[in-house]
Write a protein that binds this ligand. Structure first.
Ligand SMILES: C[S@@+](CC[C@H](N)C(=O)[O-])C[C@H]1O[C@@H](n2cnc3c(N)ncnc32)[C@H](O)[C@@H]1O
Length: 323
């Protein structure tokens, strides 16, 4: 039994997260499609950075698709962009096993004939939506993926929201940053796993991604036990700035915004690296957004999750395949 004091402490820990409801356009889209980026308050951070670039983003990649909620959100948010989602689709249920809620959700959907990758391949989401089947922990496979993706235009934005292990976060950054256009953005979501048990490095150790980025901020040296010297040198040359953003607490909701250097920009110089401390607690509820894109219930389309349709659940994918 929790004592009253313990109960109050738990409430104090949770309250800022429970009470906060972001009302910017991206958070509204995210709520509509059901991505957990809203609950983490990542959507409001994205919106504050991307709101003026929505129509100039032309190619976008997210590693970690789950059931496609965020990809659908991004497709609507960036109306001119080709949206590419990478996941270990052929083994998705297995990799999600250690996150029981996610596994249950995915299993339930698949049992009911819903399979996001198959839907994308069937053209259900239109020509701007693509998926690629790859294991982000398998560097040989990822190198093939990089070759495939480097045939198109450079990415304006890459978001890594996959396994959240330290090795994958750091190696994927080194492998995928070359695909980002000069001046583009690479984001590592859920940096707070650096402070959690159950990942591949002891929490808070110097090998964790949070600490590697923070050490890079201080020294401009990218010291990662997962990277070889060439990879580290590439990052040191090409990372223009890193910003670690924490919401409420760094152990709860943190993400890293990494901007790629653009040497052709007039007076290009390396920018400051920053750590944005956890925001002060504040209630975010209430609509302060004059540009509400879904002003009334009537205008909101039904969630695609509600659309009952039976898809051929054998997605036309496989190692490194995409459509
Ligand atoms: C948190 S979910 C992504 C949520 C999604 N970005 C959203 O916001 O709606 C993490 C995803 O990473 C994928 N994942 C985990 N390990 C992976 C791996 N080794 N390779 C590729 N994807 C992986 C899982 O299958 C899962 O779909």
């Amino acid at each position: 039994m929790l004592s009253v004091v313990q109960l109050l402490m738990v409430l104090a820990w949770q309250l800022p997260l429970i009470a906060a409801v972001d009302s910017d356009e991206l958070s509204q889209l995210g709520t509509r499609y059901g991505t957990d980026k809203v609950g983490h308050h990542f959507t409001r951070e994205y919106h504050s950075r991307f709101k003026d670039a929505r129509t100039s983003v032309r190619r976008f990649l997210e590693v970690g698709v789950f059931k496609g909620a965020s990809l659908q959100m991004w497709k609507e948010y960036f109306p001119e962009a080709d949206i590419v989602g990478l996941d270990y689709f052929r083994n998705q249920l297995k990799v999600l096993k250690r996150v029981p809620n996610l596994a249950r959700d995915l299993w339930y959907d698949q049992r009911n004939g819903r399979n996001f990758a198959a839907e994308v391949c069937s053209g259900h989401y239109g020509p701007r939506m693509h998926v690629i089947d790859a294991n982000q922990s398998d560097m040989a496979e990822m190198k093939t993926v990089v070759q495939t993706l480097s045939q198109g235009r450079a990415f304006d934005v890459i978001i890594e929201d996959g396994s959240h292990t330290m090795r994958d976060q750091q190696l994927n950054l080194a492998l995928l940053l070359p695909l980002v256009k000069p001046g583009g953005i690479y984001v590592i979501e859920d940096l707070h796993t650096s402070f959690q048990n159950g990942y591949d490095e002891p929490r808070g150790s110097e090998a964790t991604t949070y600490n590697v980025l923070q050490a890079f901020n201080a020294s401009s040296k990218f010291r990662s036990k997962f990277l070889d010297a060439n990879q580290a040198a590439y990052l040191e040359r090409w990372i223009a700035s890193t910003e670690i953003v924490s919401i409420v607490r760094k152990e709860r909701h943190s993400m890293g915004f990494i901007r790629k250097m653009d040497f052709s920009a007039p007076g290009a110089t390396k920018l400051q690296h920053t750590v944005t401390p956890a925001a002060p607690r504040r209630r975010l509820s209430g609509n302060n957004n004059n540009n509400n894109i879904y002003p009334t219930k009537k205008d909101a389309r039904p969630s695609p999750i509600m659309v009952k349709r039976r898809w051929n659940s054998t997605a036309r994918l496989g190692a490194g395949r995409w459509c």
